[in-house]
Ligand binder design. Structure first.
Ligand code: AMP
Length: 425
């Protein structure tokens, strides 16, 4: 038997209703902040991620689905292509390619699948879904200002509240600008030199390749060493310090609760200044529901104009998991199951179903070959509130037997009053 590939999964009803609820709420909230949707391709040139995410990151160095495309001619070498592991690089590529900055399109959001070859577990998949937004534009659009950072964080807090996700936690940090990070990375590298050998294998590698990522290590034995490493905040210069202070003050005045975590760094290389993460207690090991930050140099790194930006990516799979713990089933039961009884009654039944559906009701329809017993069994399996019998007599008289499946009460209702009766009960 062929099964779904490891790390991928089918999203089935009734859970899909939660996904739709999340996406509808996201669209509504983002709209209020004047974000518009962008949809970029699922695969891109590998170079985009190597340059936009960073060669040294886990994502690019070991988690991407990359293949060589066929060349146009048999002799021609094909392009290296990659399934997108995240969407910010694609959005910034599109921003540059279509000169979106010139068109004032500075606030973009996306919803869609991403692909990473990670070790699958609950809340971590190889195909997963992200909801993200980016504010990007020339500095003249104000995209570099602290108010953008605070506005995005406030929008996220509002969104989580609107979704009914309780007990979320927001941690923020500043990871400095490119120069400050060079100084901090040097300091980290130096501090790690004498201690790296006693740390986990990943940290030993990162200590030389990407020391900032050591701060991200979750191995318990490494924590006492990490506690004693230098802090980024001591390496921030005046402008970055002020930016961070402004963001914090704005969050406080917007009533968004947060904690500063000086060890928070993000997995992607392109972040500058503000970095943040929202976590949720009920999710266990994979407790990060979203992460993001500022990426002032990304557009230039991809060959575009200076275009400071800030954005985030939220794990939709994890949002749905968190919601499932709280609101297991939001699917509305069918209002009625229509049971045609006897030869030729399908014709009346399909017309009746159409009229009731047009009145806004959820209707499921049987078939005239079903016996009464089977119709009742089907109606109750579907969880319908009512069963509506469309027998030959009913069709002739225009009055129908309507039975409430919860109470057992049965009434006879003229065709014209059916919709109102179902809506009222
Ligand atoms: P990142 O793009 O790594 O910053 O991740 C942003 C968010 O995407 C995380 O906080 C998770 O909620 C979600 N996420 C990342 N990787 C996975 C994965 N493999 N499976 C499910 N969700 C993920």
């Amino acid at each position: 038997m062929i099964k779904a590939v490891r790390g991928t999964r089918d999203l089935l009803p009734p859970e899909t209703a939660l996904w739709n609820f999340v996406e509808a709420t996201v669209r509504e909230v983002f709209r209020a902040y004047n974000f518009q949707e962008i949809r970029t391709p699922i695969f891109e040139e590998t170079q985009l991620f190597a340059r936009g995410v960073g060669e040294e990151t886990d994502i690019v160095s070991k988690e991407m689905y990359t293949w060589e495309d066929r060349g146009r001619a048999a002799s021609e070498k094909g392009q290296s292509l990659t399934l997108r592991p995240e969407n910010t690089a694609g959005v910034v590529r599109a921003y540059i390619e279509h000169k979106l900055g010139d068109r004032g399109l500075n606030k973009l959001y996306y919803i869609g699948p991403q692909f990473r070859r990670e070790r699958p577990q609950k809340g971590r998949y190889r195909q997963f879904y992200q909801i993200g937004a980016e504010v990007i534009g020339p500095a003249s659009s104000g995209s570099d200002k602290p108010v953008r950072d605070a506005e995005i964080l406030e929008m996220l807090a509002t969104l989580l509240d609107r979704l009914g996700i309780r007990n979320w936690n927001l941690e923020i940090n500043s990871v400095g600008n490119a120069q400050e990070r060079v100084a901090f990375n040097d300091a980290l590298r130096k501090a790690l030199e004498p201690v790296a050998a006693s740390m986990c294998a990943d940290c030993q590698r990162r200590a030389t390749t990407n020391p900032l990522r050591v701060l991200d290590c979750k191995v318990p034995e490494d924590q006492p060493i990490i506690e004693k490493l230098p802090r980024i905040t001591d390496y921030l210069q005046e402008e970055s310090t002020r930016h961070f202070a402004d963001v914090r003050a704005l969050l406080e005045s917007a009533g968004v609760p947060f904690q500063v975590n000086p060890r928070l760094v993000r997995g992607l290389d392109y972040y500058t200044r503000t970095a943040f993460e929202f976590t949720h207690g009920a999710l266990g090991a994979q407790n990060a529901i979203l992460g993001g930050g500022r990426y002032d140099g990304l557009s230039e790194a991809l060959g575009g104009p200076p275009a400071p930006g800030i954005g985030f990516a939220m794990g939709e799979d994890r949002l749905v998991l968190a919601l499932q713990e709280q609101t297991p089933n939001i699917v509305k039961a069918p209002d009625a199951y229509i049971a045609p009884m006897g030869a030729g009654t399908n014709q009346a039944a399909i017309g009746l179903a159409k009229a009731l559906r047009q009145a806004g009701l959820v209707i499921d329809l049987g078939d005239e070959s079903f016996r009464l017993k089977k119709s009742f069994e089907t109606a109750s399996k579907l969880g319908a509130r009512f069963i509506l019998i469309v027998g030959e007599n009913e069709v002739r008289s225009g009055e129908f037997a309507l039975k409430n499946l919860a109470t057992g009460e049965q009434t006879t209702v003229p065709r014209a009053e059916l919709a109102a009766k179902l809506q009222a009960s």
